[in-house]
Structure formats: C-alpha cells, structure tokens
Write a protein that binds this ligand. Structure first.
Ligand SMILES: *Cc1c(COP(=O)(O)O)cnc(C)c1O
Length: 407
C-alpha cells in the first residue's frame, strides 16, 4: 500500500489510520477526500464471492489507481473501460488485468490500440457500423468476444441510461447474426440505469435478452447484465444485493443460451460508493444556506445536477445538541448553478468554520472533479471507521431480527 503525502503534512498508512475528526482538527483549507480501503475491499469480496458469475469493475465510477489495486488484490480481475485513456490507465496499473472495452461508440484508433497494444479482446457494439469498425480496426481478428448491447428500460433506476445506447428490438436479431459470424464468442449486454432500486429491472431486461436470442436463433456465450447495482443514500434504501443476485441467477438459468454460457456483471457504483467521503469546511452561513468549499464542479456534481442527497455529518469535537434542520449548500465557484438543494440535515447551530463530512462519494464523486474557477483538491487521507451507510454491513436491527427468527 502506498503512503499518501499531501499538503496537510499527513502521511497516513493503514496502520496509522484515523477518522474524519482528527483530520478536521488540522484545519484543512481544501476539501479532503477520506478513503476507506477496507470498505472497497469488503464490497469487492462480496461481489467476487456472491455474484453467480464474473464481476467486471466499471472504471469510470472511480478510476483512482489505489482503488484499482485494492479491487485487484480483492479478486476483481476484469475491468470495464470506455475510453483509450481508461484502457491505458488500467493496463499500466494492473498489467495482468483483463480489459473489456464496453463503450458502444469507439474511435477506430482506440479499438486498434486496445487490440494490438493492450491485448483487449472484448468489445461491445450496438450497430452494424460499429461492428464493421471493430473488424476493420482489428484486421478481421478471429479471437474477439463481441457483446451486442440491447436497449432496455431504465424505469427502476434513479439515473437513466436508456436514451443513448442500445440496439432496438427490431435491430437486435440482424445485428446478433452478423456479430455471431464475426465473433469467437458472442455476448449480449445491457445497462438498466444506475442505482436500480429493484431486482425486477434485471429480470425485465433479461426478458428482452430472451426475445432477442429466440428471434435471432443464435448461440450466445455471454450474458452481461451490466451495472446499476445500488448503493444506499438518504431516501434510497434498496433491497439486499443478494436479492438482485438471486433474481439474476434464476433468470439466467432459464435463458436459451449455450450450456457453458457465462454470466457477467459490470458494477461501478456498488463497488466504490462506500470507498470515499469528503470532508468540507463551511466558509459562510446565510440562513439555511451553507457556503462550503466543494461543489458542483468538484465532487458534488450529482448533488447539484440531479438533486442526489448524500448523507452528511457535522464533524466537531463535542457533538452539537441543537435539533437538526434542512440546509442547502453553495459550492465555492462564482456560478449560481454551483448549488446543491439537498435538503441536508445538520444541527441548527452549524456555522462558518465547521467541518462537514459528506458520505458515499466514492462513486462518481472525485471522478468528476474539475479545476473550474481555481477550486480543486487532491488532498486525501485514509480513515478506518465505517462509511456513513453500507449495503454490506449487517445492521444491529437486522442482526436482532435474524436472532429473533433463530430463537
Ligand atoms: C457506467 C457503466 C457501468 C457502471 O454502472 P453503475 O451504475 O455505476 O454500476 C457499467 N457498464 C457500463 C457500460 C457503463 O456505462
């Protein structure tokens, strides 16, 4: 494990792990990303041990090299990449990793470099044009795994991925036939949208897969159910991940695929949401609005643009005994849109100079940072306490409930 040195003068290693409060006591001026390697390790082990197939990490959710190494060390061997920069990053960081290039619209040069320089053999596509492009770029390679992406509904998800990619039902059969002829292995993939709140999302998408296989009458070697596995946020408490795995496994078993067909998934959010939180400072209070030092152009894009409510906690030496009230946040840039509506529940006496920990930002948080208006931060510290919420930790109530059942 690397040591993290930064402008705070911190050199934190796992054996000297700490909590947000200890970092806040050093009065950091910039937002500090608090990293929880143990949480990422736990999530990876969960997928490796319990998903009834192969788990492929979707790198865009958090491309940090430290996280890639943690996932690799925890048994994640395959990585879903979408750009040539992600291909190079993973190839450099984890030379033994298997890369799957799952963006359905790629530059021909990117395909050629991925295939010839980095050994990528798995590609997704959703049009005949992309199939022709892949074959041109790889000079009609005979060792390709080609995954045809179907368009499926995002009805059960908080973030739609239904508009941009995916072959329509009437396009699917001819595309599957053409891909079958060109491929060494043929796959079908889809994405139900991010933060899917019900296993039914996957069951319904797999009904589309069944219809496409039956219509095309092709042998399918891979069914890839994509990402969308949920994490936990205020007001978004999903069923247990095991319920998703069970529904996917049962539906997969009933599909008309070859006996040796493989089941894949591409979790992004679920593998890394609990890995990081961000410690921010309040620079000003105006009524129910807190001006904080991170925002829409930093790690809080989703909080600003799609109203995502992340859990928050006031970080003080002595806990406040004021009642909670709802706040909204302004980020540090001069842009009015740098606004996070929340509401974020914090003690009513929260004020300038206070530190707030914003939880569950390991996925689509730091990955989205820009340096707009001169506000950026790469400060990190490793902490060893639990994330504010977890889909992997059995809560006391759940434990009590199961105890009651066994008694
Ligand atoms: C973004 C993405 C993922 C990961 O999605 P999550 O909702 O974060 O699990 C997986 N596959 C593809 C093709 C993606 O674009």
């Amino acid at each position: 494990m690397h040591e993290h040195h930064n402008a705070l003068g911190l050199a934190t290693a796992p054996d000297k792990a700490t909590r947000g409060l200890e970092i806040a006591l050093r009065n950091p001026v910039l937002p500090v990303t608090l990293l929880r390697p143990h949480a990422a390790r736990r999530a990876a082990r969960f997928f490796v041990e319990k998903f009834p197939g192969r788990s492929i990490y979707a790198v865009k959710a958090n491309p940090s090299a430290d996280l890639l190494q943690i996932l690799w060390d925890s048994g994640i061997t395959h990585y879903d990449v979408a750009s040539i920069a992600e291909v190079r990053l993973v190839a450099r960081t984890l030379p033994q990793a298997v890369l799957c290039f799952m963006h359905p619209v790629k530059a021909e040069e990117a395909i050629a470099e991925a295939y010839f320089t980095h050994g990528v053999r798995t590609f997704s596509l959703d049009t005949q044009e992309e199939l022709a492009k892949i074959l041109r770029a790889t000079r009609d390679a005979a060792d390709l795994t080609l995954c045809v992406r179907l368009r499926v509904s995002s009805d059960h998800s908080k973030l739609s991925l239904a508009a941009k990619f995916g072959a329509e039902p009437r396009e699917a059969a001819p595309l599957l036939l053409a891909a079958r002829q060109a491929a060494d292995a043929l796959g079908i993939c889809f994405h139900v949208g991010s933060q899917a709140m019900s296993p039914a999302a996957y069951v319904q998408a797999m009904a589309r897969v069944r219809a496409a296989i039956v219509e095309a009458a092709v042998t399918v070697d891979v069914v890839d159910v994509g990402g969308g596995f949920p994490s936990i946020y205020p007001g978004m408490e999903p069923p247990p991940l095991e319920a998703y795995f069970r529904a996917i496994h049962e539906t997969f078993e009933s599909l008309p695929v070859s006996y040796s067909a493989e089941l894949w998934c591409e979790p992004g959010r679920a593998l890394c949401a609990e890995y990081a939180s961000v410690l921010v400072r309040v620079e000003r209070r105006r009524g129910e609005e807190l001006y904080i030092n991170d925002g829409a152009y930093g790690a809080l894009f989703d909080a600003a643009h799609i109203g995502w409510r992340f859990p928050v906690e006031l970080v003080r030496t002595t806990a406040s005994d004021a009642r909670d009230m709802g706040f909204s946040f302004y980020g540090p840039t001069c842009d009015d849109m740098d606004h996070m509506a929340g509401p974020f529940l914090l003690p009513a006496d929260t004020q300038a100079g206070d530190y707030i920990e914003i939880g569950m930002l390991g996925a689509y948080g730091s990955a989205m940072r820009t340096g707009f208006n001169g506000f950026n931060s790469d400060e990190t510290a490793i902490v060893d306490d639990e994330p504010m919420a977890s889909v992997y930790v059995v809560t006391d109530e759940a434990e009590t409930a199961s105890n009651v059942v066994t008694l």
